[in-house]
Every structure is written in C-alpha cells, then in structure tokens.
Design a protein around this ligand. Structure first.
Ligand code: UDP
Ligand code: MG
Length: 335
C-alpha cells in the first residue's frame, strides 16, 4: 500500500524538453517555482517575460512550472513554450492538489541555489524578482514581496489586511503581507519546509521559526492577466484554522506534552478535587449519587487522563520523527 501512496503523491514529470530532472548534481543559480492551475493563457505571457528578466542571472536559471491538475490545455502551451525556452521544466500533478502541494512538488525538484516562488497569473511582475534578489544580497534569507498597491478586489484587500494583522499578532512575527505569491529564498530556507493543506500562506512564519532571517520588500502588483482567482471565500476561514496549526507547529512541535500534558494535569487536578470532595461526603454518610459534582468530577478526570495519554503519544511521534530536520547550523557543513 505504501507503494500506492507514493505513486499518487508523485507528480507526473514531463520535462520540456526531455532532460534528467532527477540529477541533483545539476545545480543552477536560480529556480523559479510557478504553481499553475488553469493558467494556460497567462503562462504564455508570464514565462517568456520571466525568462527575459532572468537571462542576466549568473550560473543560469530554470523555470519550474507545476501544473496543478489543469484541464485548459496548459500542457500544450508548455510544450510550445519549451521549444523556445530550454530552461523550462514542467511538473504535472495527477489532479488539482492545491497550491501548497504544488509548491512542495517544486521544492522537491528545484535545483537552484536560490528559489523564487511566483504566481502564474501575471499578478507577480517578473521584473520585481530582482528587488527580492537584492534583499537576499543585503542579508535576508527569505524575502517576501510586499504588494504595496494591491490589484485585488476591495473585499479581498480588507480581509487580507485582517488576516495579516492577526497572523502577526498570533505568531509575533513582523509582516504585512505573509501570503504574497512572490518570494525569494536561499535553498537552505526551502529545504526544511513541509507544505501541505494551505500552509503556503505561512511560509515566512515557518522559515523564521526555523531560524532564518525573513523580511518584506515593496513590490508592484498587477491585475490578473486572464481568468479568475482560484481561491473562493472559504479561504479565509480555513486560513484561520491553519493559523492555529502553524501556531501549534511552531510552538509545540518539539514538546507536545507541554501542551497536552499541561491541559491534562489541569483537568485531572480539577476532577480529582471534585471526586475527593464527593468521597469525603460519602464517608460522612451523605448521598452523592445525584450530585452534579460527581459526574463533572468523573468527566474531568477521564478527559485529563486522555489528554495526558495523547500528549505522550505525540511525544513518541516527535521522538521518532527525525527525517526532515531543518539544517540547524549557521555554517553549512556540506560534507
Ligand atoms: N494555484 C494552484 N493550485 C490551486 C489554486 C491556485 O496552483 O489549487 C495557483 C494559481 O494558478 C496561481 C497561484 O496559485 O498561479 C495563485 O492563485 P490565484 O491567483 O488564484 O490566487 P489569488 O491571486 O486570488 O490570491
Ligand atoms: Mg492571483
């Protein structure tokens, strides 16, 4: 069964033109990862513009388009583009997995020393990549393009502002535009990132928690070239649930028992007190069968034990999960 899981999670990889995508030794200066869900007409414009801007990058570049289950002829457009752009690579996911999974598929295959994330709809202007690269030269390890004048609908701009403020307040990380599609980072920042669900909104939070220097740089933002946004209204509610996930991941990943164990002890203690009280009453010969305190005490004690057990299980998972540890060292120990 494990086999099956791997196959579905694995994107179909059609390199355009054919080349060995798996060759890790084949490092390039910069990778652009461009997730695209039904963006065929946009890709036809954005890819050539991006390639033109990046022509000046030393050590070469690649543009990795991750086709997230498109059904609009994206593959054909890419084949056509590939004839003129040897630096173009196409990853095709079997179905629409969502932006986070598309980005993760790109992470797993990007060969660049620097990795740039960019939307495929033309809202992120390729010219602005250079500003972010300057930010990396000046000491940032992850530079997010802060969209100064956003070309999105009014409602989205407002909800987005609330989302950014709450995220900054909850995580304690400075930022006004966490979810901007345009980002540039050093390879080390990308390596430990694990994106799924909608965690792509919190890349700066996860990166800073991993110890990297993150910052925002003002960039221009354009209207979408063709088509409509791929995210509906539900995104904001889900986004806030994900914020809880991120808060949990960044605070308790290394010590889940501190959360569950702490809660469990509090519940258990409260339940224990109530039951002790009932026990004393019983010894004094009073009837306790109809006392709400008895039921509440039993409830609290049971929940407390469950939380403690859950916490210990979570500790076991952390204990045995050492596969995707971030690079803990400031200096790169390459060998
Ligand atoms: N996207 C994707 N998979 C999805 C949804 C979106 O790859 O399931 C891509 C989309 O094609 C675009 C980027 O993510 O390149 C941002 O999406 P969109 O422009 O719809 O988001 P918005 O600008 O409205 O926030
Ligand atoms: Mg967009």
């Amino acid at each position: 069964m494990a086999e099956l899981g791997t196959i579905t999670a694995q994107p179909r990889e059609d390199d355009v033109p054919a080349r060995d995508a798996g060759a890790a030794t084949d490092v390039v200066g910069l990778s652009v990862i461009m997730p695209a869900f039904n963006e065929a007409p946009n890709l036809a414009e954005v890819v050539p513009r991006t390639a033109a801007v990046l022509a000046q990058i030393p050590d070469g570049f690649e543009i990795l388009v991750v086709d997230d289950g498109s059904t609009d002829g994206t593959a054909e457009v890419m084949t056509e583009l590939g004839k003129h752009h040897p630096e173009l690579r196409l990853l095709r996911l079997r179905r629409n997995y969502g932006k986070s999974t598309a980005l993760q598929a790109g992470f797993d295959r990007a060969r660049g020393e620097i990795v740039v994330l960019m939307d495929a709809d033309g809202q992120d202007r390729p010219e602005e990549i250079l500003k972010l690269l300057k930010g990396l030269e000046d000491g940032l390890e992850l530079a997010t393009g802060r969209r100064v004048r956003r070309n999105d609908r009014v409602i989205k701009r407002h909800t987005s502002r609330v989302y950014n403020r709450v995220t900054a307040a909850v995580t304690g990380i400075e930022g006004e535009d966490f979810n901007s599609g345009l980002k540039a980072m050093k390879r080390e920042v990308m390596n430990p990132l694990v994106l799924y669900g909608e965690l792509h909104r919190y890349i700066p939070v996860l990166a800073q928690w991993n110890g990297f220097k993150v910052g925002e740089i003002d960039v221009d933002h354009a209207p979408r070239l063709h088509g409509t946004s791929k995210f509906g209204r539900a995104r904001f509610w889900r986004g806030f649930l994900d914020l809880l996930t991120v808060k949990f991941i960044t605070t308790y990943t290394g010590r889940p028992f501190h959360l569950f164990g702490g809660l469990g002890m509090a519940f258990g203690f409260a339940g224990g007190c109530l039951l002790a009280w009932m026990f004393v009453l019983k010894l004094m010969g009073r009837g306790i069968g109809d006392r709400p305190a008895l039921i509440i005490g039993v409830f609290l004690a049971v929940v407390g034990v469950q939380l403690i057990t859950l916490g210990l299980l979570a500790e076991l998972i952390v204990h045995f999960r050492r596969d995707r540890e971030p690079d803990l060292f400031v200096d790169q120990h390459k060998d």
